[in-house]
Design a protein around this ligand. Structure first.
Ligand code: MTE
Ligand code: MO
Length: 418
């Protein structure tokens, strides 16, 4: 009875799809297929016991799924960046071990018993907290993307790096558990002229950024966990600042101090770095919010089409620092015609969204693109449109539309169309 039921359910699903054009993926059963007929080692032998993997790790068959750096961007590995393999990921959550890393003085390995978090400046009482103290504040769980303002910077002048891991991989999206910074500041008591905070890291770079108090009171978190477990050392263990929707540089890792002041500090990372140099030689002041952006992760140069013409799944990610992603459009002809993609999975404020576009590939060459439209109605621009406004010297905050050229043999390369 039971198997019969399953059967009819299965037929129903296939029937439903067939009505709109069939999805074909399987091959006709072949009698001599050794992979079916021969007994494989994993069916013959005992596997690892429950004592072998006290902390689990991925299958050895997916060892290619890893962070990578770009040789010529890596003068010293301690002050550099590696990239999330977004072409190997699904859904919206980045696994902890694959979140890109950007540090200016290597990974600080902080002993939690020696960790202290300080608040000073324009407050009624200056305070210091241990990690245990922090964990006694009410906490929140929020899924947010973090994108480095330099994501795509190498692509500003033209198509360069062959893979979305390198062109768009300075992003990750995890669930943070943290304390609203507002609650901690309330404990210290803000003085009337408190207008800005300075967040400072405990690493050897002492990363420091100024953040306006309105943003701090609105949604900044002092996070101690990501995806359910302690922050990784790479991501700021034991504590990092979460600044939803704003450029990654402000998300100070190994957070040790918050100073409250009445004006911005104008530190290096908010003046000579992470600002957009305009054609007239002046830099845009404080471009904090990350504009809406999207990229097709599959197919892409590191993930070519390895099947013949026919049913094909385009998959990608989209995000906006100003809210949710309302729509994603996909073009197969370099931006002449656009069709609506299907957003699947949770659609959350300032989180990565997953989109799909299913189509029948004729085997012809394609120029595939995606563009995001966010909940405030902002439409992701072309790279040409961006360069028209900001000139050619800018590198940060490149949210232009990406084009992949799919060849007849399924290979994919990074190109630009105008
Ligand atoms: N203390 C400290 N915080 C830091 C940095 C750093 O070097 N030191 N790098 C910043 C930059 S430029 C970015 S993009 C993000 C990267 O966060 P991730 O390493 O978790 O990806 O952290 C920011 N916070
Ligand atoms: Mo960054």
């Amino acid at each position: 009875m039971k198997s019969n039921k399953n059967h009819s359910r299965r037929n129903f699903i296939i029937g439903g799809l067939a009505a709109g054009g069939s999805v074909v993926a399987g091959q006709a059963l072949s009698a001599g297929d050794a992979a079916i007929i021969d007994k494989q080692p994993w069916s013959n032998e005992l596997g690892d016991g429950v004592d072998v993997r006290p902390y689990g790790f991925p299958s050895k068959f997916v060892s290619n799924v890893k962070r990578r750096n770009v040789e010529w961007l890596t003068a010293s590995t301690e002050s550099s960046v590696n990239f999330t393999p977004i072409h190997e990921l699904e859904g919206i959550i980045t696994p902890n071990g694959l979140c890109f890393e950007r540090h200016h003085a290597g990974i600080a390995e902080i002993d939690p018993t020696q960790y202290r978090f300080m608040i000073n400046g324009l407050v009624e009482k200056e305070l210091v907290f241990t990690l245990d103290d922090l964990k006694r504040f009410p906490r929140e769980n929020k899924i947010y993307f973090l994108e480095c303002a330099a994501n795509g910077g190498m692509e500003w002048k033209g198509a360069q790096l062959n893979g979305c891991q390198f062109t768009h991989g300075m992003i990750h999206n995890v669930m943070y558990t943290g304390i609203p910074l507002k609650l901690i500041l309330q404990e210290a008591g803000l003085k009337g002229n408190a207008k800005w905070i300075l967040a400072e890291g405990a690493d050897a770079s002492a990363m420091t950024r100024s953040i306006p108090i309105e943003k701090v009171l609105q949604d900044c978190l002092v996070a101690f966990a990501m995806n359910g477990e302690a922050l990784r050392p790479e991501q700021g263990y034991p504590v990092r600042l979460v600044v939803p929707g704003w450029e990654g540089n402000m998300w100070v890792k190994w957070l040790r101090r918050i100073e409250v002041g009445d004006q911005p500090w104008q530190h290096r990372e908010e003046t000579s770095k992470y600002t957009d140099l305009m054609q007239n030689g002046k830099a845009r002041n404080f471009s904090w919010e990350m504009d809406a952006k999207s990229v097709i992760t599959n197919p892409s140069p590191q993930a070519p089409l390895n099947h013949a013409r026919g049913h094909t799944v385009i998959s990608g990610i989209a995000w906006s620092g100003r809210g949710k992603v309302r729509e994603v459009h996909v073009s197969l002809d370099g931006g002449k015609n656009w069709r609506k993609a299907r957003i699947d999975g949770p659609s959350l404020d300032r989180s990565v969204h997953r989109f799909y576009y299913d189509f029948d590939w004729t085997g012809e060459e394609l120029l595939i693109q995606s563009r995001a439209i966010d909940s405030i109605g902002y439409v992701q621009p072309t790279k040409d449109a961006l360069r028209k406004v900001r000139g050619s010297n800018s590198i940060y905050h490149n949210n232009g539309i990406q084009t992949w050229h799919i060849r007849k043999n399924g290979e994919v390369e990074n190109v630009e169309v105008s």
